[in-house]
Ligand binder design. Sequence first.
Ligand code: CUA
Length: 166
Amino acid sequence: DFCIQLRSIHLDHLEKKWISIALLVVALLVAIITIDAFFHGVNPPSKVETIDSAKLHLSKEFAESNLGVQLDANGDIVVRMVAGRYSFFPKHIAVPAETKITFRWVSMDVLHGVHIPMTNMSTMIVPGYVAEITTSFPKPGEYPVLCNEYCGLGHNHMWSNISVIA
Ligand code: CUA
């Protein structure tokens, strides 16, 4: 008997099996998300630190004179950059290759993204939050810094570049 009767709908045996599998997958995904969000506390890293995006120029850390490459108290390299329609500021920086570099990104206006090919740098830059990512550049050369979240008509032209020196 290949046919069962569920209320007034006829379901093939195989169809019923696939419906069960689909429901099981949905239940599993919901369970994973619930466990991550409420028990493991997994949240986007960019949500940890907040900042007033409208007053970046008045903040000490992201004031214009403080942007770009700096050494912190431990001698580690920290790069602070501001994303805004349609560029990253500063437009160009130079950093050493094969060195740990901490990037701190903020947006001055809308949601942007940042992607640097050949590194692990790929994150959203959400207005109101600081996105911090540590990376290193595998070899010297010119690296583009690209916006990968649609942010307006100039999105395609939103980029900057980094010279990585030996
Ligand atoms: Cu900024 Cu797309």
